[in-house]
Design a binder for this molecule. Sequence first.
Ligand code: ZN
Length: 187
Amino acid sequence: MNHQRVQELVHELIKEIGEDPEREGLKETPKRVAKAWEYLLQGYKKDATQVINGALFEQELNNMIVVRDIELYSLCEHHMLPFFGRCHIGYISRGKVLGVSKLARIVDMYARRLQIQERLTNQIATTIKDVLNAEGVGVVIEAQHLCMMMRGVEKQNSLLTTSSVLGSFRDEDSTRMEFMSLINRQR
Ligand code: ZN
């Protein structure tokens, strides 16, 4: 992302809105917006190998591992407005597991791009499956979209839920149900 160019564009945008980009409160805004977007869209600069950085651990028992309530902040690609919520991840390994912080970083890597929730959910699931060569993976995201909450129909409390199940989570009903019951347990 070219900072200078983004600043110029935001400056233009402020003018087009009918505001004065030179007034006190807006003077530094193009710079701040460019900086904010660079942070919010840093996922483009990362890939799974780099994010995981070899931090796989051996584990003998291949039980289901479930991590709930990973915080998630993303930008919808249709309106470039935030959507945010929680991501729940479950997987059954074949001897290799990932630390919780790495799971969170995988979520961030894909969330900090322009996204739709469905694709984000799939990308997280596929990456975990591939990286761990996992027997099965399930990912559920529950999120609220500001583009729905602030405009149009203003459905303030609507929560969009998406899921992606791969391997044994897709093929075996009992495995999928175990995952769903673990993530839905009383908080
Ligand atoms: Zn949107």
